[in-house]
Design a protein around this ligand. Structure first.
Ligand SMILES: Cc1cc2nc3c(=O)[nH]c(=O)nc-3n(C[C@H](O)[C@H](O)[C@H](O)COP(=O)(O)OP(=O)(O)OC[C@H]3O[C@@H](n4cnc5c(N)ncnc54)[C@H](O)[C@@H]3O)c2cc1C
Length: 452
């Protein structure tokens, strides 16, 4: 029987689901899968994106771990495609590769002043509070007033963590440095800005409702944003999600405020124009143009310019994929160009044999973790059908890639290594009655994983 030696790059949900689906799929060949992950721990944005105070979603890790614990997928953690292994290596050892590398950096916001000190992409802050090994340990929160630009769930995550008291996050898995950083926070007012109206937001009701339940935080809304036009009224009447969002905000508008020590302001109809400088290269204010409904569900500028004094600005306007060595890349969309997961050469518009994509790098950074499953099914079905076009590797033996990594001195981690790290993090949490405390530095993660 033929055997498919498959490399999967990226151990987020997309890579793990794709491996699982292929192993369970009806097919006429054997499969052996090696999963490469640049971080010493798997699970991608479920570990390093989903907010620590969302334990139900973080719990998806248990389902992903069950897949890995079966033991029929080999994991090579702390191995980066493009540095530790190359496309030529993969061609030499495998019949095909699936890239499931996700989207791990911020989409840019094209306004003057965005490069000032104190202007951050949401991904950097999220990486910090989720204990990503490759970002600084310190996060200065030494300003009272901060802005978050964006109207999706990531904007709400960032705003919530900024507004929340550190002690209310303590029961979660946040690392000690994050708890200390949040405890020292001077932030009292978090201003969230959306370009469009309350009936056109991208966030979901569950995430919105949560803001109103924060301890010692007032929700502040502005009556001028709720003079709905016909299109907004129709959106509220016809879409259950929008209707619930409107109901939540209506309740907040009726609430008494003024008692809490922190405030979370929701500003709508605000188009970003500029981040203003304090004269020394630091963020001093956010300038925006007031917009209004254009009658068709969109917005148009009013010419009215406003400013809010802030000390920091967080851009939460979407994540963006990164290019991969030797693989076509769509710079505009931040994805690997593909047709249903088959990677396409953009110049010739032909399939690049042996190369597939799934998850956020395939379809862009939208959608929930569950969507990566249906994505993976589509990609895997094409790999199965493309058998005639797979690569023919010179050294497909399973030991060959291990020898190569050893030869290069790559300190890779494996499934046992992840179990070691997992047990270590759980043990760190135990004396404090916390489920786990994350280990942050990469070298420490690797040492613990490798039992050194
Ligand atoms: C801030 C934030 C909060 C979110 N909250 C939720 C939520 O509450 N609920 C929900 O359902 N969804 C949520 N999502 C969406 C969810 O995280 C994504 O749908 C999902 O993680 C996408 O899966 P993926 O496997 O394609 O990418 P990722 O999860 O990003 O995984 C990609 C993996 O590839 C690895 N990788 C990248 N480049 C390389 C390389 N060169 N070599 C080796 N490995 C590499 C990365 O390290 C990573 O582990 C959130 C997303 C963000 C950004």
């Amino acid at each position: 029987m033929t055997k498919l030696r498959l490399a999967v790059v990226g151990a987020g949900p997309a890579g793990i689901y794709a491996s699982d689906i292929l192993l369970k799929a009806e097919r006429k060949f054997d499969v052996s899968i090696d999963l490469f992950e640049q971080l010493p721990a798997p699970y991608g944005l479920v570990r390093y994106g989903v907010a620590p105070d969302h334990p139900r979603i973080k719990g998806i890790i248990n389902a992903l771990r069950d897949v890995l614990d079966r033991g029929d997928i080999r994991i090579f953690g702390n191995v980066r495609y493009g540095e530790d292994v190359t496309l030529d290596d993969l061609k030499n050892h495998y019949n095909a590769v699936i890239f499931a590398t996700g989207a791990i950096r911020d989409h840019s916001l094209d306004v003057p002043g965005v490069e000032l000190e104190g202007s951050y992409g949401a991904a950097s802050f999220v990486n910090w509070y989720d204990g990503h090994p490759d970002v600084p340990r310190e996060w200065p929160l030494n300003h009272k007033s901060v802005a978050v630009v964006g109207n999706g769930n990531v904007a709400l995550d960032v705003a919530r963590v900024l507004a929340k008291h550190a002690d209310d996050l303590l029961p979660t898995e946040i690392p000690d440095n994050v708890y200390e950083g949040l405890q020292a926070s001077q932030v009292t007012d978090v201003h969230v800005f959306g370009r469009r109206g309350p009936a056109q937001v991208k966030f979901t009701p569950l995430e919105l409702r949560e803001l109103g339940e924060l301890n010692d935080v007032d929700m502040v809304l502005y009556e001028e944003d709720f003079d709905y036009d016909e299109a907004s009224k129709q959106a509220i009447a016809s879409n259950k999600q929008v209707m619930v969002i409107d109901r939540i905000m209506t309740k907040w508008r009726e609430r008494e405020t003024g008692q809490a020590s922190r405030r979370l302001h929701l500003h709508f109809y605000a188009k970003p124009l500029e981040v203003l400088d304090d004269g020394q290269g630091n963020v001093a204010a956010f300038r925006y143009e007031r917009t209004r409904p254009d009658g068709e569900g969109g917005v148009e500028g009013t010419g009215e310019i406003r400013e809010v004094e802030i000390g920091q600005l967080y851009r939460a306007i979407g994540y963006f994929g990164s290019p991969l060595d030797g693989i076509p890349f769509d710079k505009k969309l931040g994805i690997v160009p593909n047709h249903e997961g088959r990677v396409m050469d953009r110049k010739t518009n032909e399939q690049v044999h042996g190369v597939y994509a799934t998850g956020w790098i395939k379809r862009g950074p939208i959608g929930l973790i569950g969507h990566t499953k249906s994505d993976a099914m589509e990609t895997v079905s094409h790999i199965i059908n493309d058998q005639g076009n797979w690569w023919t590797p010179d050294s497909p033996e399973e030991q060959a890639i291990v020898d190569l990594l050893d030869e290069r001195g790559v300190e890779y981690t494996d499934l046992d290594g992840w179990h070691n790290l997992d047990a270590h993090e759980v043990a760190l949490g135990e004396p404090h009655e916390r489920a786990r405390i994350k280990v942050v530095p990469r070298d420490e993660m690797v040492k613990i994983s490798r039992g050194e």
